[in-house]
Design a protein around this ligand. Sequence first.
Ligand code: AP5
Length: 231
Amino acid sequence: MSENAGQPRRVVFLGPPGAGKGTHATWLAQQGAMLHLSTGDMLRAAVREGTELGSQAKQFMDAGKLVPDALIIDMLFETLSARGGEAASGWILDGFPRTEPQAVALDERLDAKGEQLDAVLLFDVDSDELVERLSSRLTCKGCSAIYNRRLRPPEVEGVCDRCGGNVVQRADDEPAAVRKRLEVYADQTAPLIDYYDQRGKLLRIDAARSIEEVRGAVLRHLGIGHTETEH
Ligand code: AP5
């Protein structure tokens, strides 16, 4: 996979639950194209490891609510400091920011280093399709690989193709939590679309298309060369 000199290096993936942010960010990271930093994956790891942060976050996550800004901002910035330099070609934030205070905190942090976000990719999908995707999603507890019961099941049921870990349904993919997450997205995260549009950062992707078509659009927006057919 080839890079262009003008390739965006600091990128946010924005969009509702189930829009495909994790699917495409994971794929890019597997190709060695960019570092993938997912606040959802970090929180689920903290819950699994039984840390103080994990025990504070779990009740919010299981109910489909957002974890308080103060906890998330500290967690993300610590990870960015520790891992931000790992990928020469830059990073993708998946699931952050999700509120205006998170977006402002990110801008201020980058400003202080003389940096700025290069692009915010908005994954646009309607609610019916999101519910369908989330109710059939399966996730590896070991490496966070994403599967889909209908479209992309693991080769052996319940076992991750990549790491052999346990493939399960996430607690927050139960119907009541999915409905809550979609409401929370509309109320607290969707306003970031205007926030980034006004700053000239927003790039929209019609993410209701097939995974391969959406991948082509992501690669085009990121200026990363590839050999697949684009639509
Ligand atoms: P998080 O893990 O970030 O969840 P999310 O944003 O709700 O996003 P998802 O992981 O549900 O969706 P996705 O867009 O990554 O879709 P995916 O690629 O998996 O957050 C979980 C919780 O943590 C939050 O509710 C909150 O409590 C907390 N949290 C995290 N960050 C926070 C923050 N910043 N502030 C406060 N709280 C925070 O795809 C979904 C399914 O669809 C898969 O099965 C996939 O195979 C399939 N699929 C993908 N693309 C396509 C396609 N084009 N066609 C058909 N199927 C597709």
